[in-house]
Design a protein around this ligand. Sequence first.
Ligand SMILES: [Fe+2]
Ligand SMILES: [Fe+2]
Length: 162
Amino acid sequence: MGMKTLDDLFLHFMKDMYYAEKQLTKALPKMAKKASSNQLRKAFEDHLKETEGQIERLERTFKLIDETPKGETCQAIEGIIEEGEELIDEASDAETRDAGMIAAAQAAEHYEISRYGTLVSWAKQLGHTEAAGLLQQNLDEEYAANDKLTKLAEDSLNRKAA
Ligand SMILES: [Fe+2]
Ligand SMILES: [Fe+2]
């Protein structure tokens, strides 16, 4: 595809994130099912609900720029999800599996933070003020999800040390 202008790049990243979020709505319930810690399961379930809302915001953003919502394969998120599945399959006990899933989920959050950060700044540059606001809400939720996972990882380390 031709990406001559910032508008083209913005649309490309929008499609990339639309695809990524849809993949995550499939991955998160699987991870919730495999979680042995109740708090971790709830974190995945809560973030699934948020992710569904994020997809709606992306759809509204597509409309704001007069485009039809459409995904485009994002190899980065596919790689992160695949790696997460390997960590789940190979873990020999529940605790290791939870730790692996937290790490995989944080990789996804970091990717999303990076992409939404860029999208917010491009939306502002392009004068899409309303779109920038919607994307900022997604970005804020990804930051919060990442912080929650950091806290769960630390809690489990503290329990081990106690
Ligand atoms: Fe997301
Ligand atoms: Fe996320």
